[in-house]
Design a protein around this ligand. Structure first.
Ligand SMILES: *[C@@H]1O[C@H](CO)[C@@H](O)[C@H](O)[C@H]1NC(C)=O
Length: 617
């Protein structure tokens, strides 16, 4: 029963008793999965194609152009304030409520640290919106509920009298995370009211409230909140008494449903979607075909044209079979009740409250080039797509589900493609027209360079899945993290949650490619195609994307194909990302974001929250 659904996924393979070697099944699955049917593209994206199946320009040219325009528009609304007064006014306009108490302290903190983003904290607003449907005492009780159970995968932080500390009952293995969060909070804790916080110790998100309930909650949250007749500008006194004490004595029961190693898409991944949406209505049994209706809304040809929308799972029922979180997560403790849990990232449809990852703040993995591994200028780097990692996205316990996970698909596709790939290439030398051209694996390897491998050993596997994966993938050399900077193109692929390495990638002079289900606190600050190169989770545009930036010069089906690398564009994105990360993703920015989030949380959990706010004339 445990893996019934996984059997369906591989029904073709597993229904036969003489199970063919997994490699064969894998190839069959993926050769078709990645072979993008040109005809379908033609039908759906007719705007971009002439009748001969050719495009008159490269879609990435357009996407890069659009990225610049988008960023300018985003910045003008995100960064409009230059005084406390305007910041407060903007706040009220955007969020239809007065700013929380101590907003002036927040503004001081932010402006004295040269914050660029002063106005757009929509992620905070969106994450907290449904919690306005709970009363302050309910939020406090829910927090206590989950903190006082011993097997919840949650750690607690308490703030009392301007001091922050770990609450009892947190497992030692995850202490670093709480310590990291505390290190961030310490910077501004004197301005925070007394309260307790429940932090998710798992990588995977936790809370997914069904559509009808969450929509009702959001509607309630959107009701305008104005300071009442008696404007109160200070958090209530005696708040400490409102939080029932969390003690060493923990209760063994849990409010969460344990779904580790099980399918989660239908029970959790898509419950936040409208009942009429494809994610709720469709179950795709034929995973060997690329689902065009799943990619079309957020794509231009093979390329991601709307990163935000690509994070919305509601039009993407095929993701059920394409990600470790949905196929077989290592740790999944979920709830349909709106528990207040702070997580480092979440997938679309989850209701966790995002906060900046202590992993990044604590430099667990840092950008630190040195004499042995310097970060040369872009043109001096090796022209290759580089990735190293482990099979940690989900657990493949002997059911073959690894074949659907995005890391495994990435490594297979980049290192050992077994079917022709449709790559967008010029129709002839010097031509300004392009066509999706099938390229045989042997030619692909000569045309474009990749170095994309798992490192020893295969983890999170059981039964035959350990040996099968080792046989399929082999292993790449273990590398020092700082070796990354030797390569032009770095891939960032989802693991089980937030990305530990994307920030260092951005900070470097290399160009990061990123495919991700998970969204973090900084979502919106970065613009795809301006600060990084987005890749669809299905990876079907990976080779075309690489060809665009790396250039090609070789034979395709016996025909000579030459395309000058878009080196200037590649370097421009690498540099823009680097520079921008240095402005809006600094440690200071993590502090500023968390500070503002916790002021909002302080108000939400205050019994007098409806009267509470900064008074603005
Ligand atoms: C992306 O899609 C969302 C949701 O449909 C939409 O609101 C947004 O405007 C789109 N963004 C761009 C840049 O087209």
């Amino acid at each position: 029963m445990l893996f019934a659904a996984a059997v369906c996924f591989l029904g073709e393979t597993l229904s036969q008793d003489s199970v063919p070697p997994s490699k064969v099944a894998f190839s069959r699955l993926h050769s078709t999965l990645f072979a993008v049917p040109l005809m379908l593209f033609l039908a759906r994206a007719s705007l971009w194609y002439s009748h001969s199946g050719r495009v008159n320009f490269h879609p990435i040219d357009l996407l890069i152009y659009e990225g610049k325009v988008q960023h300018t528009a985003w910045l003008s609304q995100a960064s409009a304030s230059n005084s406390f007064f305007t910041a407060s006014r903007k706040y009220k306009q955007r969020y239809h409520q007065p700013p929380p108490p101590n907003f002036n302290k927040w503004y001081e903190y932010a402006s004295s640290r040269s914050a660029v983003v002063t106005d757009d904290f929509d992620n905070v607003y969106d994450d907290l919106l449904p919690f306005w449907s709970l009363s302050p005492s309910e939020i406090r009780r829910y927090t206590w509920d989950i903190l006082s159970q011993s097997n919840n995968g949650v750690g607690g932080i308490s703030i009392r009298d301007g001091k922050v500390d770990v609450l009892p009952g947190t497992p030692g293995t995850h202490r670093w995370m709480l310590d990291g969060a505390i290190r961030i909070i310490e910077n501004f804790v004197e301005w925070l009211p007394d309260m307790d916080l429940a932090l998710n110790l798992n990588d995977e998100p936790r809370v997914a409230v069904p559509y009808r309930d969450i929509e009702k909650m959001r509607r309630k949250g959107r009701q305008p909140r104005l300071v009442g007749a008696n404007k109160i500008t200070k958090f209530s006194d005696n708040r400490a008494g409102g939080w029932a004490p969390v003690t060493e004595e923990q209760f063994p029961d849990t409010n969460f449903e344990m779904l580790s190693f099980q399918r989660t898409f239908y029970e959790y991944g898509s419950v936040g979607c409208p009942p009429s949406s494809p994610a709720r209505r469709q179950r795709l049994w034929d995973t060997s075909q690329l689902c065009m209706t799943c990619t079309y809304p957020h794509s231009l040809g093979q390329f991601v044209s709307n990163w935000t929308l690509s994070g919305d799972v509601c039009h993407q029922p095929d993701l059920a079979d394409l990600h470790g979180l949905y196929l077989s997560p290592a740790a999944f403790q979920g709830s349909h009740k709106l528990f207040p849990i702070f997580s480092q990232s979440k997938a679309g449809g989850f209701n966790d409250i995002r906060f900046p990852s202590p992993w990044n703040y604590m430099d667990k993995v840092a950008y630190a080039p040195n004499e042995v591994y310097p970060d040369p200028s872009f043109r001096d780097k090796k022209v290759s797509l580089f990735w190293r990692g482990v099979t940690s996205e989900g657990v493949s316990p002997g059911t073959g589900v690894w074949k659907g996970m995005s890391r495994q698909r990435l490594v297979h596709l980049a290192s050992n493609p077994t079917a022709p790939q449709h790559v967008l290439l010029p129709v002839s030398e010097g031509a300004k027209q392009f066509a999706y051209t099938p390229v045989a694996p042997s030619e692909l390897k000569k045309l474009l360079s990749t170095d994309v491998h798992f490192v020893d050993p295969i983890v999170r596997c059981g039964g035959r899945d350990c040996a099968d994966q080792a046989a399929e993938f082999g292993f790449g050399d273990k590398v020092d993290f700082q070796e990354h900077w030797g390569y032009k193109f770095l891939f960032d692929a989802d693991g089980a949650g937030f990305s530990g390495r994307f920030l260092p990638f951005l900070q470097s002079r290399s160009l990061p490619f990123k495919s991700a289900l998970f969204r973090e606190w900084w979502e919106g600050r970065l613009t795809p195609w301006l600060h990084f190169v987005p890749v669809d989770l299905r990876m079907h545009g990976l080779w075309s994307t690489l060809a665009y930036f790396a250039g090609v010069d070789g034979l395709v089906g016996g025909r000579k194909v030459k395309w000058e690398p878009k080196g200037r564009e590649a370097e421009m994105i690498a540099e823009e990302g680097r520079e921008w990360a240095g402005k809006v993703l600094r440690k200071e920015d993590m502090e500023i974001y968390f500070f503002r989030l916790l002021l909002e949380w302080g108000r939400l959990t205050d019994d007098r929250r409806d009267e509470l706010g900064m008074y603005i004339p």
